[in-house]
Write a protein of this length. Structure first.
Length: 196
């Protein structure tokens, strides 16, 4: 095998807090969500979460180990929100959790923040958090996950997008199918990026 001559960078590597997930696991939507994730894993990776399939823990140490195996140079790590499966009472992991996880790997793991659900939390709150995470915590990307929130082209989102432009931070956007329930796909159609 010849020496590789390219740089491999992954985005959207979700790290999840097992404690937070355990705390929300009694919500009925959690079970539906987990079953749909299992279906995605079976389709994409030929592995089952439910059938005792060996899955690495969703933590930075395991991610870096598997990055080395796969020849990945660096990645962007972000929290997994999924607040809607717990009635918007809690999330699977937080931005602070991600920052703690990636701290030991400054050359390998970069911070992709997620300040959503933006419309539900309030655009002003999301803008404040985005600005703080970019200026004070070195966020390099920001995820907008509309299935949890609402249409990508909602005019109420425009001040948030304007702030991202002002901060010069790229936004990653989930478009197309929402692979897990209960998130609807109608909010993520690519045509919604063609703002009026």
């Amino acid at each position: 095998m010849s020496k590789k001559d390219h740089f491999v960078l992954l985005s959207e590597c979700h790290l999840m807090n097992e404690q937070s997930m355990a705390e929300m696991s009694y919500y009925p939507e959690f079970t539906r969500w987990w079953q749909s994730v299992d279906g995605v894993m079976r389709a994409w990776a030929d592995r089952s979460l439910a059938g005792g399939g060996e899955m690495p823990p969703p933590r930075a140490e395991a991610l870096v180990k598997h990055m080395d195996i796969a020849g990945v140079d660096a990645c962007f790590a972000l929290r997994e929100s999924m607040m809607d499966i717990a009635g918007y009472s809690t999330c699977m992991s937080t931005n602070a959790f991600i920052l703690d996880e990636i701290e030991p790997y400054p050359e390998r793991l970069y911070f992709e923040c997620n300040v959503g659900p933006i419309l539900r939390r309030g655009v002003d709150t999301a803008i404040w958090e985005l600005e703080y995470l970019v200026k004070e915590r070195n966020a390099r990307l920001c995820k907008v996950y509309a299935p949890e929130d609402g249409p990508l082209n909602d005019p109420e989102m425009w001040p948030f997008y304007e702030k991202a432009c002002e901060l010069d931070i790229p936004i990653t956007v989930h478009t197309g199918m929402s692979y897990v329930v209960p998130q609807p796909s109608r909010f993520t159609m690519p045509i919604l990026l063609d703002f009026p």
